[in-house]
Design a protein around this ligand. Structure first.
Ligand code: ADP
Ligand code: MG
Length: 343
């Protein structure tokens, strides 16, 4: 099912939670809504679900304007972070619930419900647990049951709001891979909300980066990471340094030192550089001179805070066996960067 969000605005009382948001979700795509807390992810998801209605704009499901349709009419499946299972029902009854409350005309027989429940338990890799109660499951198992319950109604669209948010890091990581495999098997159009960039970048076909009720960028993990569309996206994804630079005659300069070519009009810019996009230069080869303030070793890299005459930067150097210590003078040069206008 294709979903098209068109110029949607959502106000709560007078407070705008979403401003003029437009987004096209492809059929069968796994798309992640990524942004800090309060950026409007849940609001957008609830609007797609039909749990909220836009103040302005429309939401299309396929060719049909679904803006005024109910949750049931939209046929969506949900999983929320704290979407508690029914505690007094077995796993099987939880999963089959959505089918057993259907109107008589479309309700499957109890035998058919049972067959479907067992099939779904296999799909979410929990065979044999149908007679357990939720309290007899781990957190990760419960969320997989919640997902099976969402899938039971054969939804046109699957909406997941931080479904693994309450679980510990290791379990989250496993479930992330598992969800990706499940998605590839079932081919549902899936919208996944998270504030965890690693989760979004690893899981999704495309990532929608949100901030303050607006979409900042929509793209693949590579687009978002390598071609960030705004200072917000650059800073939100991964680590970043910001250097005030000057463009003069096709070169970028920092404090009089030429850093490299920049085919842009003259004037001040902000240069965004990732920590691993600095090279360390041998003495006497120019670059930006600074003094190491902090150095720490992590795996195969060395992370250093370098003071460039009052501007602190974070750099990541491949560990080549040479020692780098606080107080050492070094010279570095950015290898890759993105320039943004001064705000
Ligand atoms: P996120 O899921 O990205 O953390 P939300 O969509 O929940 O963000 O919230 C976006 C903004 O809208 C927040 O400032 C939040 O306080 C506000 N908001 C969300 N739901 C309501 C509501 N029902 N009433 C009033 N304000 C709300
Ligand atoms: Mg939320």
């Amino acid at each position: 099912m294709e979903i098209s969000v068109r110029n949607v605005r959502k106000d709560f009382d007078r407070f705008p939670a979403l401003h003029d948001v437009s987004l096209d979700i492809r059929s069968g795509e796994l798309i992640a809504l990524l942004g800090p807390s309060g950026s409007g992810k849940t609001t957008l998801l609830r609007l797609i679900a039909g749990l909220e209605f836009p103040s302005e704009g429309q939401i299309f499901f396929g060719a049909e304007d679904a803006s005024a349709r109910s949750v049931r009419e939209r046929n969506v499946g949900f999983v929320f972070q704290h979407y508690a299972l029914f505690r007094h029902m077995t796993v099987a009854d939880n999963i089959g619930f959505g089918l057993t409350v259907r109107p008589k005309a479309t309700r499957p027989s109890p035998k058919e419900v049972r067959r479907r429940v067992l099939e779904l338990l296999d799909l979410v890799q929990l065979p044999g647990l149908e007679n357990r109660f939720p309290r007899q499951l781990s957190g990760g198992q419960r969320q997989r049951v919640a997902l099976a319950r969402a899938l039971a109604i054969e939804p046109a669209v699957l909406l997941l709001d931080e479904p693994f948010g309450a679980l510990d890091a290791k379990v989250r990581k496993d479930l992330r891979r598992w969800l990706r495999d499940l998605h590839d098997q079932t081919g549902h159009t899936t919208v996944f909300v998270t504030h965890d960039q690693e989760e979004a970048l690893e899981l999704a076909d495309r990532v929608v980066v949100m901030s303050q009720g607006r979409i900042e960028q929509v793209g693949t993990a590579d687009d978002i990471y390598d071609r960030p569309a705004s200072p917000f996206v650059f800073s939100f994804i991964g680590q970043s340094n910001v250097l005030p630079v000057e463009i003069r005659g096709g070169s970028a300069l920092f404090g009089g030192t030429v850093l490299g070519a920049a085919a842009e009009p003259d004037g001040p810019r902000r240069m965004y550089v990732r920590p691993h996009d600095f090279d360390m230069l041998p003495e006497g080869e120019g670059g930006l001179a600074g003094r190491i303030v902090v150095a720490r070793r992590t795996g195969g890299s060395r992370f250093c805070t370098v003071d460039l005459d009052g501007v602190p930067i974070e750099i990541e150097l491949p560990h080549d066996g040479s020692a780098v210590r606080p107080g050492d003078r070094i010279a570095v040069r950015p290898r890759r960067w993105t320039l943004f206008d001064n705000a």
